[in-house]
Design a protein around this ligand. Structure first.
Ligand code: KG4
Length: 333
């Protein structure tokens, strides 16, 4: 089954063609990072406009790259929630028009199961049930993936997403946007024990997380150093910060996997590209005798192949949308 899928929830315009939920024939991605960098963050209006300009062209390019004709497509899929509403609306409008014009089904896909499905492309042997940490610029969730379309959130951040915290740290250090990868790069040569940063424990659910205290601690540390004219060891601050994030994410994930009696653990989303988090997960999984699945860097960030792969399983489960499909800024899993 060939699906043309569209992703436009934030600052990547992407169109992919995937086969049977496991293989990406092509994944065309245009990252708008360069358009937003000057503002230090995503400007919603600029994001929407750029999606409008590119989505048709990327679709044509995807068909050409995959060597697939429109007549060969079996369905159109779209990431319809959550995201920047104007940005999501572009993908949804395009997908609805394409499905209608081609007379084929339209499949709506929630962005988070999409991120999780990136693992199905990278690891053909991976099948539910498993535990997945979905960690990106907008979300930090521990998801019990009971089936391809049967998921339950077992833990979540109570405030900022981990990626947001990386981006804020980068910003206060004067690094470009989005800053996660720059913090990651600087941390390579730093001493991760140099700065004592907080790890929050939230009441109520042992698998919930909080990053706002850590974010504020980094901001205060940098501002105080500036005020006092003290030199800051940026590498060590990045290393200490990355360690604090990793020590929030990894032990919770491992404890929950044990509580659920899962031996398969997956990680997904942009922050899954972080080298400290990847290494800490590798060590923890090895120690626990668990099997770890983390997609290659190219599949961690927003892309359309992951949407097409999740769409295949949604299709098998009977999910269809009509031309009244709406875009949603927020939607629980
Ligand atoms: O999944 P994604 O592309 O978009 C969302 O759905 O949010 O994730 C983007 C986030 C950004 O916050 C970015 O700074 C972060 O992923 N990120 C990283 C790394 N690469 C990207 N954070 C830490 N280390 C990295 N290497």
């Amino acid at each position: 089954m060939l699906i043309l899928s569209v992703e436009s929830t934030c600052d990547e315009t992407a169109v992919a063609i995937t086969e049977n939920g496991r293989r990406a024939l092509t994944d065309q991605i245009f990252s708008q990072t360069g358009l937003h960098a000057v503002y230090g963050g995503v400007v919603p209006e600029i994001a929407s406009r750029s999606h409008v300009e590119l989505v048709s062209r990327l679709s044509e390019r995807a068909l050409e790259a995959a060597g697939v004709t429109k007549a060969q497509l079996d369905a159109v899929a779209v990431s319809y929630a959550p995201g920047l509403i104007g940005a999501v609306l572009v993908g949804v409008s395009f997908a609805k028009a394409a499905a209608y014009a081609l007379g084929i089904p339209l499949i709506p896909v929630h962005h988070i199961p999409g991120h999780i499905a990136a693992n199905y492309i990278a690891f053909p042997e991976l099948e539910p049930p498993f535990l997945c940490l979905a960690v990106s610029g907008g979300n930090t969730l521990l998801v019990d993936v009971r089936g391809y379309t049967d998921m339950a959130v077992m833990g979540a951040t109570r405030d900022d997403a981990a990626g947001e915290c990386f981006d804020k740290t980068a910003r206060v250090l004067g690094l470009p946007y989005p800053g996660g990868k720059y913090v990651d790069a600087l941390s390579q040569t730093g001493d991760d024990t140099k700065y004592a940063l907080p790890r929050a424990h939230v009441e109520g659910n042992p698998y919930d997380m909080s990053f706002s205290g850590l974010k504020t601690a980094v901001v205060n540390l940098v501002h105080h150093a500036e005020q006092k004219g003290e030199a800051l060891d940026r590498e060590s601050l990045c290393a200490s910060f990355s360690r604090a994030v990793s020590e929030t994410l990894v032990p919770r994930t491992m404890r929950l996997a044990k509580a659920l009696d899962y031996e398969k653990i997956a990680v997904a989303g942009g922050v899954a590209a972080n080298s400290r988090i990847r290494n800490d997960f590798k060590k923890a999984a090895e120690a626990a005798g668990a099997r770890l699945f983390i997609p290659p860097l190219s599949l961690c960030g927003d892309n359309a192949a992951m949407i097409g792969c999740q769409a295949y399983y949604e299709y098998l489960a009977g999910t269809r949308a009509g031309s009244d499909l709406d875009a949603y800024a927020n939607m629980e899993l």
